[in-house]
Design a protein around this ligand. Structure first.
Ligand code: PEP
Ligand code: MG
Length: 759
């Protein structure tokens, strides 16, 4: 028996990166993949079929072992042959003797008949069909259960890269179309906006989304004539920089870094891309122009493609074009980075934001979005000073303008004069000095009259754990598990998730850890899940609704959470619960997972505490039953306010209607906290309202003893609690609850505040 060394190597992401580096083109990448897999499985044949969405056919794109002439020519319908059937039914098919399977299809002239054993595993990105990995061997019954598992793991790891390769290959057949360049308006020197993520920074501007005419003219005016060799050097430098960025990112942000630059790298590897630039250069076009023309061609093709996955890559292309041009102009590779730059963008995907963070962009100016939108939450986690300035003219700003962000006041300066620059330079220095000081935080928090209050941290990225431990968070009140899902091109595997959740548990030994299940939908979409257009995504298939409709995804996440909690208590929390039924259904899936893990003998937590987020008016109406059934509740005020008041939390136009002090909000908060306290249930508030000084007093007055906030708010929330006397807070809360108008409540809170500060 040949000894198979199934896959450890290929499951590893580093190996996959290596696979890229060794490939000289897309075809070469697929060929390398098939030969590596065949080698590891000691199988005579390994082939990759890719699914062509438009013709709904599988096309053989690479093979090790079958006749090379078959590549590009063998085409199968969905459901045709064992390979087509595996993709149609989204399941692996393993046959000891393939020809005995009723679906077996004889394909002449590819010399397949000698291979009896047949194993076909679908390649899926999320629920989207990408293709099929096929292994064949002459020895009947050659493949066993372990091989199925191994090939599945490989298909999972390669899905994203293979799909990107597929998209690029199909795109080459599309038509070229042109686009118009924006005009450059005159901009004011100072613009007022809104703070998204606090901080100060100065730097040169870069507009994401345009390689504008002015920038191109600058390239044209470059006095040094550039050559084909310069282009090849720039290509290589760009590739090296991106590979290095990917490595850095994996070290610093391991939970969200996975293959984030894979589309960039694939385009660089695409010989059709580099070939097109080279032939333009050879026919006399200056290299700068050639790069820009071909990048624009790709941008047009991607942008106009109906496939949203390709449209999403436009930002990557622009980024790539920017890099290539800068590398072409200069031997100083640092120039091609966004390091120290202030990025101006109409809107950003979370993954794009991560790429900018990896390149150490200094600050961010967004033209749309809002403080509670999830890109904003991520910007705060990444500690990138960010302002929101709703002025489309900014997009036409020339590259390299000097910008200054004051994301304490929410303002943006364009070409600030020397006085402004100097005074801000001093402020920035002062801010850095303060950040280095050890924060004054007590390990335990008590009110002025000695009542114990717990301060937990909200965690969005694993890197937030550093701040949470430094600022002595007593636990994690909310882990937003969705970011690793959002930035990837595919669902993270159970193993990957287990690794991420285990890090949370390990870093907070003996403390409360609250893991929230996937909260996607609304303003957080997963690019790899074929979404149906929703007129109102916040009222659509969001959070627990998505999980309950996608049971395997839900179960995989729950299993990972339960496994991570094998040696320590954990709490699992379901978002956007609208009924008791939602909770009971979710709980049933948890119980099923526990049972499965027990049967498998996999170490796990068999008694997690189960709780819900209170974010919907319907949950408030059901609060007594919910507190009776659950182990804990956490009130998500970001959503609760949105749904109670019917005000979209991401819509800046109506942000004045998004009012935490609305009497309906105060009453809903009081009702939920009171019900939980009476039921002896644990209750916390984890939305942004938990950091508002008036609300902290009000919530303590309602009986709240646990707050979960972004770690950077812990010191000031602690001070607020330490200044508050519980009985007095109770009186303030009761008085506020009797008021009927927003204006009365605002005035009342202001008066209370004045009184406390005067005392
Ligand atoms: C909330 O809605 O208040 C909350 C904490 O959850 P998220 O902001 O992630 O929706
Ligand atoms: Mg929420």
């Amino acid at each position: 028996m040949r000894s198979k060394d199934n896959v450890d190597l290929i499951c590893d992401i580093a190996e996959l990166a290596g696979l890229f580096e060794r490939s000289s083109s897309l075809t070469d990448f697929l060929d390398t993949a098939t030969s590596i897999i065949a080698w590891h499985m000691k199988a005579a044949v390994c082939s990759i079929y890719l699914f062509d969405e438009s013709s709904q056919e599988l096309v053989l794109r690479a093979t090790q072992g079958l006749d090379a002439s078959a590549v590009g020519n063998v085409r199968l319908q969905l459901g045709e042959g064992i390979t087509g059937l595996a993709l149609k039914e989204l399941r692996p098919i393993c046959e000891g003797t393939g020809s005995r399977n009723p679906s077996f299809k004889y394909i002449p002239n590819i010399h397949e008949e000698q291979y009896e054993a047949f194993l076909a595993v679908p390649i899926l990105r999320g629920l989207v069909r990408v293709g099929v990995l096929v292994a064949q061997d002459p020895e009947p019954n050659y493949f066993d259960e372990n091989d199925v598992k191994a090939l599945r793991a490989i298909a999972g790891q390669l899905a994203t890269t293979i799909e990107n390769a597929n998209l690029l290959m199909t795109m080459h057949e599309e038509q070229e179309q042109g686009g118009a360049a924006p005009e450059t308006p005159i901009l004011p020197r100072f613009m007022r906006g809104k703070t998204i993520s606090e901080g100060l920074c100065m730097g040169r501007g870069s507009v994401i989304g345009t390689i504008d005419e002015e920038a191109l003219r600058a390239f044209d005016e470059d006095p040094t004539p550039r050559t084909l060799d310069d282009f090849r050097r720039a290509l290589k430098e760009t590739e090296d920089q991106l590979a290095a960025l990917q490595r850095d990112l994996e070290e610093e942000l391991s939970d969200v870094a996975s293959l984030i630059f894979s589309a960039h790298l694939l385009i660089l590897k695409d010989t059709q891309f580099s070939g097109a630039v080279e032939s333009l250069i050879e026919s006399g076009t200056p290299p700068q122009k050639a790069v820009s023309q071909i990048i624009h061609k790709y941008i047009n093709l991607f942008g106009k493609n109906p496939n949203p996955r390709l449209q999403e890559k436009v930002l990557d292309l622009k980024d790539l074009g920017h890099r290539l041009l800068l590398n072409l102009m200069s031997h100083d590779s640092d120039l091609a980075d966004y390091e120290g730059r202030i990025i101006v963008a109409e809107e950003l995907l979370p993954s794009a934001l991560l790429k900018l963070a990896a390149q150490r962009a200094a600050g961010l100016v967004l033209l749309s979005g809002s403080v509670t939108s999830h890109v904003s939450i991520l910007a705060r986690s990444l500690r990138i000073p960010t302002v929101l300035v709703d002025d489309g003219q900014l997009l036409c700003i020339a590259e390299d303008r000097s910008l200054l962000i004051d994301a304490l006041q929410g303002t943006l300066f364009i070409d600030p004069d020397d006085d402004v620059r100097e005074s801000y330079a001093r402020l920035i220095e002062e801010q850095r000095r303060i950040e280095l000081l050890e924060p004054q935080v007590d390990p335990e928090t008590r009110s002025r009259d000695g009542v114990r209050v717990r301060l937990y941290a909200n965690i969005n990225l694993l890197s937030d754990l550093n701040h949470a431990t430094r600022l002595k968070a007593e636990g994690i009140g909310l882990y937003r598990s969705e970011f690793p899902f959002i930035v990837r091109d595919n669902f993270p595997s159970e193993e990957e998730q287990t690794r991420i959740y285990s890090k949370l548990v390990e870093r907070m030994p003996g403390r409360t850890i609250t893991l929230r299940t996937l909260d996607v939908g609304g303003d957080k979409s997963l690019s790899y899940v074929q979404a149906h257009d929703e007129a109102n995504p916040f009222l659509g298939l969001r959070a627990i609704r998505f999980s309950l409709r996608n049971r395997p995804v839900f179960a995989q996440q729950l299993r990972a959470m339960l496994r991570a909690g094998a040696s320590q208590p954990i709490r699992i929390m379901f978002p956007l619960i609208s009924s008791l039924d939602d909770f009971i259904h979710a709980r049933e899936v948890v119980y099923e997972c526990i049972e499965q893990l027990r049967e498998e003998g996999t170490p796990h937590n068999s008694r997690p505490e189960l709780g819900v987020m209170i974010e919907l008016p319907s949950a408030i109406e059901m609060i007594e039953e919910l507190t009776r059934e659950t182990d804990f509740i956490s009130i998500g005020t970001n959503d609760l306010i949105q749904y109670l008041l019917a005000v979209d939390r991401t819509n800046e136009q109506i942000s004045d209607l998004y009012v935490p002090y609305h009497p309906a909000v105060l009453r809903a908060l009081h009702r939920s906290i009171d019900a939980a306290v009476r039921a002896g249930n644990d209750v916390s508030v984890c939305g942004d309202a938990a950091t508002d000084p008036h609300m902290v007093v009000f919530l303590i007055g309602c009986g709240l003893r646990t707050f979960s906030v972004d770690a950077r708010h812990i010191p000031h929330v602690q001070q607020l609690v330490q200044r508050t006397e519980v009985e007095e807070a109770r009186k303030i809360a009761m008085q506020a609850l009797r008021l009927s108008r927003i204006s009365e409540i605002e005035k009342f809170f202001e008066e209370q505040n004045r009184r406390v500060t005067e005392e």
